[in-house]
Write a protein that binds this ligand. Structure first.
Ligand code: SAM
Ligand code: SF4
Length: 441
């Protein structure tokens, strides 16, 4: 058992992985701030370190253990260490056994209980909490106070889809939607705290339903009338949950940005079936047709996995063909990574790593070409960008176009401005622009 220590005065939260983890990390930081613990200044040791981990790919757990080993302070002592996130959920007590330096292990549904765990840890008692309690963590968290111009809002957690490669249904639990009223209230507080854009988050965000079974478009419509909220986005969507109502919102709600992250994972139907994706390449393409029919210039994005067990060269070619057919604006692509406890991890015909590397390279070349073409097609267009950070050179700024492209320009501006620009040149990952005039909203 570790010796008692004094209560932490400073903290650092390190979040890995998806945007939902970024959101959780922000909420944990707010929770710790509410306990009188301050963020550790850059470059200084923290008294408490929270590793907010991701378990989706790679040897996530091994990486956590090596990160823990490196958490030494300048004076040779160890900070109080909490392991949170999906590795915490998946590994639980095993972390305590293997890493004596860790005082707290807390799962993604229990982190609102961190203050009590810290009090225990200060007394020298270690605690594991990987419950999925009925009381919602959201009710127990402090109100949002200060955020950047672009904020995340988790509306839905968990997943019932059980794709055969994925740990999310095990680490994040069953699909749960947060109540409509709570979300509208949190969105208003985010806007009061400085947000001009809100991205609604969920593992299957478009499966969100309120108590009366209303879909995500109803929430989007309610948020669109919040004064000062200029932009709404949502991610990640499942192809089977793209309803006509949500698609119509892309035509009817001007604040809803023309961007859709709609992972397909693979372009071959046998592979999709083995993945338990419950859609085919064809049904996915039909969803895209329906979306493009109401919003022709929508930017499409996706996730891809190469080298799923049993995937042949010819089956992989179908994925490349699908990419060429869709014309994506940006994408994420990954080598298949066997996750302990998932059905695919024990399937026959695991694909050799070198084959996966080759396929990933080919896929990324196709995705890169698609992204460049999308960006080049935007040159000459006028659009609004939301300024989100200063560039490297004086007077240089970066922001996001409605299509989520990174845009840089030089001129008078401030973070949070909505600026009318003309896009003047395009590269593979960003565009340049000249400012026209600020937009009032
Ligand atoms: N729910 C979303 C969906 O179904 O599209 C995505 C959630 S998951 C956090 C994000 C992405 O990680 C997935 O779309 C998939 O491409 C990738 N992923 C999940 N499990 C993986 C695995 N075992 N190996 C490689 N990539 C994986
Ligand atoms: Fe994982 Fe599939 Fe659920 Fe997405 S839909 S979180 S990939 S199980």
């Amino acid at each position: 058992m570790p010796p008692p220590t004094s209560p932490p005065k400073t903290y650092r939260v390190k979040s890995f992985g998806c945007q939902m983890n970024v959101y959780d990390g922000e909420r944990m930081a707010e929770l710790l701030g509410g306990q009188g613990i301050a963020p550790a200044p850059d470059g200084e040791d923290a008294d408490l370190v929270v590793l907010n981990t991701c378990h989706i790919r790679e040897k996530a757990a091994e990486k956590v253990y090596s990160d823990i080993g490196r958490l030494r302070r300048g004076d040779g002592t160890s900070p109080l260490i909490a392991v949170a996130g999906c590795v915490a959920q998946a590994e639980g007590k095993e972390i305590m056994r293997r890493a004596p330096a860790v005082s707290m292990v807390v799962g993604p549904q229990a982190y609102h209980r961190l203050p009590g765990m810290i009090a225990e840890a200060v007394e020298g008692r270690r605690a594991v909490d990987v419950d999925m309690p009925l009381e919602t963590k959201f009710d127990a968290l402090p109100a949002r106070r200060k955020v950047g111009p672009s904020a995340f809002l988790t509306v839905q957690e968990g997943c019932d889809k059980f794709c055969t490669y994925c740990v999310v249904p095990y680490t994040r639990g069953a699909e749960v939607s947060r109540p409509f009223r709570d979300l509208v209230d949190e969105a208003k507080r985010l806007v009061a705290a400085g947000a001009r854009e809100i991205t609604l988050l969920g593992q299957n965000v478009n499966a969100w339903r309120d108590e009366s079974n209303r879909g995500l478009e109803k929430l989007i419509e309610a948020l669109a009338v919040i004064p000062g909220l200029a932009r709404i986005r949502y991610t990640t969507s499942h192809p089977n949950d793209m309803t006509d109502g949500l698609i119509a919102a892309h035509r009817d709600v001007p604040q809803l940005m023309p961007f859709l992250h709609l992972p397909v994972q693979a372009g071959n139907d046998r592979v999709l079936k083995a993945m338990n994706r419950s859609h085919t390449a064809e049904s996915y393409l039909r969803v895209i047709d329906r979306v493009r029919a109401v919003c022709p210039d929508i930017a499409l994005s996706g996730d891809f996995i190469v080298g799923f067990p049993g995937e042949t060269d010819a089956e992989f070619d179908d994925t490349v063909r699908l990419v060429e057919q869709v014309g994506y604006a940006q994408c994420f692509s990954f080598k298949y990574s066997p996750r302990p406890g998932t059905p695919a991890a024990t399937m026959a015909d695991q694909v050799p790593s070198a084959t996966m590397a080759e396929r990933l390279q080919r896929l990324q070349a196709a995705l890169g070409a698609s992204q460049l073409a999308f960006n080049q097609a935007a040159v000459g267009r006028r659009c609004t960008i939301l300024v989100d950070r200063a560039g490297r050179d004086p007077g240089q700024w970066l922001g996001k176009s409605p299509w989520l492209q990174s845009v840089h320009f030089t001129g008078p501006a401030a973070i949070g401005d909505l600026l009318e620009v003309e896009l003047t040149a395009a590269g593979p990952i960003s565009l340049s622009a000249v400012p026209l005039e600020p937009v009032r909203s």
